[in-house]
Design a protein around this ligand. Sequence first.
Ligand code: 5GP
Length: 298
Amino acid sequence: MVDSRTPPEVDRVEASRRAVAARRARAALKKDVATRVITPQALLERALAEPESPAGAMRVTEFLTSIPAIGEGKRDRILAELGISPVKRLGGLGARQRVDLRGFLDARWPETAPRRGRSRLLVLAGPTAVGKGTVAAQIKSHHPEIMLSVSATTRSPRPGEVDGEHYFFVDDDEFDRMIAAGELLEHATVHNRHRYGTPRAPIDEALAEGRTVLLEIDLQGARQVRSAEPSATLVFLLPPSWDELVDRLVGRGTEDDEERARRLRTAKVELASQFEFDYRVVNDDVARAADEIATLVD
Ligand code: 5GP
């Protein structure tokens, strides 16, 4: 006789498969918060909008400890202060608890509001391998009204790269001369290897004509532009998730463990700088991200 209280084997297999998938989805979300790919506020919003989703099913304890700088002791004090039971899931928070938790997060981790009076000088930066180059190329081909700045570099051209179109390929002496003559708006050594810099003159001309100018440069360069031109509009390109960035960074796994660990450490440091930027744009789809950036200064 079949015991009606025991679910059939297939159902149990299916249920355990679903439980594993849900746990994985929650773990991925926690990593996204821990690495700052998404803000705690964004995760809370998702959870409240869809209580049945992996975000909604996350326990408030797991949520809090995924936030950098919150350990278990601090977590318990926060929960006691907010009057939230540790067994609560985000999707099951009461109305009062939602408001209190959101207020607590906003006070500790204010989300940067875009600053006013931004200029048409757009700077696109982001972590290594997030796809800045692809997004910039998409803007160049689909938004011809925007001028994409051509940088000078000391690295050699790759096959298919054209001098004056992709980069101005120069030697070290010429790069030194450009710096000494004040011809570069910013310059940096990228990945400890080659030097890259943004020629100032073409940018000044395009801005004087009322055009929007886009610089696709590294983080050090973005910081230099901010101090040289405080009104520049700084955009940080984010990966859709931490796991996706890891795939792009170490995808084919051809690096050794040390190199892999080094890249992941760098990515975490790079992601932590996003709050210095005026806007954060998620590269979930190249065309969509490019359109969003192109309309920021309209
Ligand atoms: P690649 O050599 O692959 O074309 O570019 C390597 C890196 O150099 C990219 O992260 C790109 O953003 C950065 N880069 C390109 N041009 C400039 C520039 O003019 N200034 C700075 N600071 N970084 C640049």
